[in-house]
Write a protein that binds this ligand. Structure first.
Ligand code: DCP
Length: 729
């Protein structure tokens, strides 16, 4: 069977860095007395002690799991410290976690192209840094290797001749006779070690990392040894890793596709896919998916690390499960106003800090008809051009909701125009801003934005001109950073009935308008605004983020030479290296003199008009006359407060002791970690999915996706077949 092999001159060095028990670490940094204690972060609602969303490693030792509620956690670990997610506007406020994640990203980005993948995960392309190190100070020339680097796990590496694991790792890192790609990987190990130490020094957060030749393998590796450790996948160990990896544990195979592979092809591990030719996989799953499956079985993934430090979109959402479902227009408007306030605040801060403007406003909602709760009909997502200013965003969002509700009810044959129909329930709302582009510097572009021709008219009358159906939620669609799993009680507002009458009448008018506008060219809504002279067109990532030139290393070169590998080898060696991380020794030493001091990034909320979101200097740069901005209700973030944190030595020592016992390895550990993903779909706000770690996103998306039969390519000759390159099979 032909197996992938990279052209060693084109080998990439990719790292995936994942913060350990992230929200817990953030809370422990805020309250140093919690360090070393079994701690978990619980979501906002109080029911049964709140749902656990992050569990510290000390608590995991007692059997506490993320799927538990606070009360259950207390049963298995009575001394557990439960910290509630911060709350603002009656919903979870994730800004402190978001900001903490940004601190880490800014450190990691120093060494190479950096892609912020979720609130606590980053991909790095370290190829250039590794090449430079290899040219200037190759590992083989080093007398001493950092202790932390010697704690690395190298998949497939076994200690020989009674050597301890550190000596074996040192020998591997410093081999003169290694091929080019292993030498580059050794440089990657040293660079990632340095970055993790730097993150710890500057932020007090520990993280774990995977280092490999592509994103897929780096991501698989980063979860193998946690917390505060790193795992490397040499090319020679790829086959062994994938041979034993359960198919459902592979990124994007956790859902229906993985199930279909199990049921229809009898595949249980990723390695089992090697039995099938590319033709066969394409025949069963379509051309692209078939090729993708053929590639992943061989550890091939050409996915690039995108230069992106900033989110592609902003979002704010809240879920209303069970009896808390919203059932009046007034209550929906109340919550939409809260969400819009938060969104507007974040747009302000993005504009000020990053000089970026969002173009599209989207409303997502989940709903059901009260007499038909089993229906799978979806509330349509709606979008329109985004106008800055809290009041405008609130107004536009509410109009989007009304249009969506009208369409949703229409799908049941309910005619609401002028009626008092109230048989609907809303279980989740979210509002997001996307198509974010940098403002052209030194021009009056923002001014035009706020005072442009009618494209961005300021009245809701004009809004429906640009109504478009939003793209369905997709894992890659946005990165809305917002609230989670909130199921808190909320009060229905008075005067609801009156509201229904008015809004339903409005709905009728809106529909008539929408029908008229349907005849217009839809392309004139968004595309015109994102192109042209006002803004950089097309790209969603800031030009300032393009740290490196795009590289087109093509992993399709990884073919044809058989791998020599032993599945058991890497398992055994990974099991051996169970020593305490020296990052934890950093805590043991109690030497915190190197801490930066900026460890409690609390943003004070200050009510300011939107015009005041911009500092004086920024206003000059972007040239926005204050009067052009909406001075109504925009909220902005003030400067961060910087508080020094002192961590008692005894707490740090405790952290070091308890953490080491959680070391695990290999695919067993992937298994164990994955088993803790017991999420309840009704507790997840769809708007926030993109901020969660990818595996959670995949799982949720699989649930949300309407069931679809695997696409099958028709038998016989097709144009695709004609152009398909012949493959070794
Ligand atoms: N999160 C959440 N709700 C979920 C899952 C996660 O709010 N259902 C938040 C809390 C986590 C953070 O996202 O701290 C990152 O999630 P991870 O999956 O990376 O898990 P942790 O960082 O908590 O732990 P680990 O060390 O296992 O990565």
């Amino acid at each position: 069977m032909p197996v992938a092999r990279p052209d060693s001159s084109g080998a990439r060095i990719i790292a995936h860095v994942d913060l350990d028990c992230f929200y817990v670490q953030v809370e422990q940094r805020k309250q140093p007395k919690l360090r070393g204690l079994p701690t978990a972060v619980v979501q906002y609602n109080e029911w049964k002690g709140g749902g656990l969303i992050a569990v510290g490693y000390e608590a995991r030792n007692y059997g506490v799991k993320r799927s538990m509620r606070g009360d259950e956690a207390k049963e298995v670990c009575p001394q557990i410290e439960l910290v509630q997610v911060p709350v603002a506007r009656g919903k979870a406020d994730l800004s402190s976690y978001r900001n903490a994640g940004s601190e880490v990203v800014s450190i990691l980005a120093r060494k190479g192209r950096c892609e912020r993948a979720s609130i606590d995960e980053v991909y790095l392309d370290l190829t250039d840094a590794a090449e430079a190190m290899l040219a200037e100070t190759p590992p083989e020339s080093l007398d001493e290797v950092d202790e932390e680097a010697l704690k690395s796990h190298i998949l497939g590496l076994e200690s020989k001749d009674g050597n301890d694991s550190k000596a074996t790792v040192k020998e591997w890192l410093c081999r003169c006779d290694a091929d080019h790609r292993d030498k580059l990987l050794a440089c990657g190990v040293l660079i990632v070690t340095e970055l993790r130490m730097q993150v710890l020094k500057e932020t007090e957060f520990t993280c774990s990392a995977g280092i490999a030749h592509n994103k897929m393998l780096a991501k698989l590796a980063s979860g193998m040894n946690k917390p505060a450790q790193q795992t490397t996948v040499p090319f020679s160990s790829v086959k062994g890793l994938l041979d034993s990896l359960p198919i459902k544990k592979m990124k994007q195979l956790g859902g229906k596709l993985g199930t279909s592979l199990q049921n229809e092809l009898g595949v249980t591990t990723v390695g089992d896919l090697l039995k099938f030719s590319e033709d066969k996989l394409q025949e069963s799953y379509g051309f692209n998916t078939g090729t993708w499956l053929w590639n992943i079985a061989r550890g091939i993934s050409g996915e690039e690390v995108q230069a992106r430090l900033l989110p592609k979109s902003h979002g704010s959402g809240k879920s209303f499960p069970g009896p808390r479902a919203l059932k009046t227009v007034a209550s929906v408007q109340h919550w939409l106003n809260q969400l819009c306030e938060e969104l507007s605040e974040r747009l302000c801060s993005d504009l000020e800090q990053n000089k970026r403007i969002a173009h599209t406003l989207t409303l997502h909602a989940s709903a059901f008809k009260s007499s038909d709760s089993d229906s799978r009909k979806k509330f349509p997502s709606k979008s329109c051009p985004l106008r800055y200013g809290t009041a405008k965003i609130q107004e536009d969002t509410f109009n989007l909701f009304q249009a969506g509700l009208r369409e949703f009810l229409g799908s049941f044959g309910v005619k609401t125009q002028g009626s008092h129909y109230s048989g609907w329930r809303i279980t989740a709302l979210s509002v997001s801003a996307s198509k974010i582009v940098p403002v052209l510097s030194g021009t009056c572009s923002i001014m035009k934005y706020f005072n442009g021709p009618d494209k961005f008219g300021s009245t809701s009358e004009q809004l429906p001109d640009n109504f478009i159906d939003a793209a369905p939620l997709s894992p890659s669609g946005s990165e809305s950073y917002s609230t989670l799993n909130s199921t808190e009680l909320q009060n229905e507002l008075p005067g609801e009935q009156v509201w229904i009458e008015h809004s339903m009448a409005d709905l009728g008018q809106l529909e008539m308008k929408a029908n008229t506008w349907n005849g217009l060219d839809p392309s004139c809504s968004i595309s015109k605004q994102t192109s042209g002279q006002w803004f950089h067109s097309g790209t969603e990532s800031s030009s300032s983020l393009d740290q490196n030139k795009p590289q087109n290393r093509d992993d399709s070169r990884m073919r044809s030479v058989p791998i020599k590998s032993n599945q058991q080898e890497h398992k055994k060696s990974a099991l051996k290296d169970k020593g305490a991380s020296s990052i934890l020794n950093f805590f043991k030493s109690g030497d915190l003199s190197c801490s930066s001091g900026n460890h409690d990034t609390e943003h004070a909320e200050t009510l300011l008009p939107l015009g005041d979101c911009l500092s004086e200097s920024n206003k000059k740069q972007v040239n926005i006359p204050k009067e052009r901005l909406d001075n109504s209700t925009g909220d902005c973030l003030s400067e961060s407060n910087q508080n020094q944190v002192n961590i008692p030595k005894e707490r740090l020592a405790e952290a070091a002791t308890t953490s080491t016992s959680t070391d695990r390895c290999g695919s067993d550990q992937i298994q164990q970690r994955s088993e803790s993903w017991k999420l309840r779909i009704e507790e997840i706000d769809p708007s926030v999915i993109d901020e969660l770690p990818k595996e959670i996103q995949d799982e949720i998306q699989a649930w949300l996706r309407p069931s679809k039969r695997p696409h099958r390519v028709k038998q016989g000759f097709t144009i695709a077949d004609y152009f398909s390159p012949s493959k070794n099979r």
